[in-house]
Design a binder for this molecule. Structure first.
Ligand code: ATP
Length: 309
């Protein structure tokens, strides 16, 4: 029996890992084929994190060699600061997140590298890199399990008290305890259906529990109502306090406080600076901002439209 149990248990773990990666992190990503390409370098050491400063240095990247996406991109997220990336759909924003999490490696032909506290992420173990990064994805797909399980996934072995504290901080606790079975309520396809905003709060709670020094927040493209959007923003602000944060923003309202904003177009940064700098520049960002404000009467969908086009 024991002999049978071990492989089955192993398969269960493997299945969960595969499922997590496929659903949460990147739907287009096939874990097994990617893992063969992005492997630990021989003798890779664990990432040593002090403040968790992130640097993209002259980064080149193409999914398909015939179609370069990033051609010499450089920027820095100082330890504990937030950098926001905005730009049209397809500009390459999510690609930055995928490269930082090392789903893909920077192209070797173009040179360039991504570092965390000075260490090239290709030289450290993937496991240690990913332990230090939390991702709040655009669209969180929940497991068909209890809400407590879905939050605790951020850190295996977390106690119920820790799960509740994270849920409180993500402002989802009151919603959970209002359900007939509280934290034991089943969610997902076969359980309670959560709204986009509620799912994103579960993802924030999961990330708070993991408590990584680096955070990637891929803002939902789907329009939330404006009350929900403001609430998510304030939860994000508390989740990212003191963390090195990369925000991929589809609505400009999220980015005004960022240390630096990068405006991307076809893989290039076409404008960069603080919100005030960019408004004063009177360029693309300023036009997007003006359009977004003019379009506010049209609601969140109108605002999103202006930010992404
Ligand atoms: P959005 O705002 O729509 O999420 P984005 O700025 O995040 O867009 P990316 O997802 O980074 O854009 O995509 C940049 C470019 O790379 C796009 O032209 C896209 O079609 C292409 N691309 C993205 N993923 C892949 C992939 N797995 N294989 C091939 N091309 C891809």
């Amino acid at each position: 029996l024991i002999q049978l149990y071990i492989p089955l248990n192993f398969l269960g773990v493997l299945y969960r890992e595969v499922k997590q990666s496929l659903t949460d992190l990147d739907k287009m990503f096939t874990l097994l084929s990617r893992e063969r390409e992005v492997a630990d370098a021989p003798g890779a050491a664990p990432l040593q994190v002090a403040g968790a400063a992130v640097r993209f240095e002259d980064v080149h990247f193409a999914y398909d060699p015939a179609r370069p996406i990033l051609q010499g991109l450089s920027f820095e997220i100082p330890a504990g600061k937030t950098v926001a990336v905005v730009g049209a759909s397809g500009a390459g924003k999510s690609t930055l997140a995928r490269l930082l999490y090392r789903f893909y490696d920077v192209s070797t032909e173009g040179g360039g590298r991504i570092t965390v506290d000075g260490q090239d992420i290709r030289t450290v173990t993937q496991d240690s890199l990913r332990r230090h990064i939390g991702i709040v994805p655009q669209d969180t797909v929940l497991f068909n399990d209890t809400i407590a399980y879905n939050i605790a996934y951020g850190r295996t072995g977390a106690s119920r008290e820790e799960v509740e504290a994270a849920a409180r901080a993500a402002h989802i606790h009151d919603f959970i305890v209002a359900q007939p079975k509280g934290y034991d309520t089943l969610v997902g396809e076969r359980g309670l259906k959560l709204s986009g905003g509620e799912k994103q709060r579960v993802a924030i709670a999961r990330t708070l529990l993991k408590n990584p020094p680096i955070l990637i927040f891929d803002e939902a493209t789907s329009a939330l109502d404006s009350a929900n959007e403001r609430a998510i923003q304030s939860e994000l602000a508390s989740a990212s306090a003191g963390k090195t944060t990369l925000v991929i923003a589809h609505r400009l309202s999220t980015v005004a406080e960022a240390h630096e904003i990068l405006v991307m177009e076809a893989g290039q940064v076409v404008e960069r600076g603080s919100h005030q700098d960019l408004l004063a520049m009177g360029g693309r960002y300023a036009r997007m901002w003006a359009l977004q404000h003019a379009g506010q009467g049209a609601g969140a969908a109108g605002a999103q439209e202006t930010a992404s086009h």
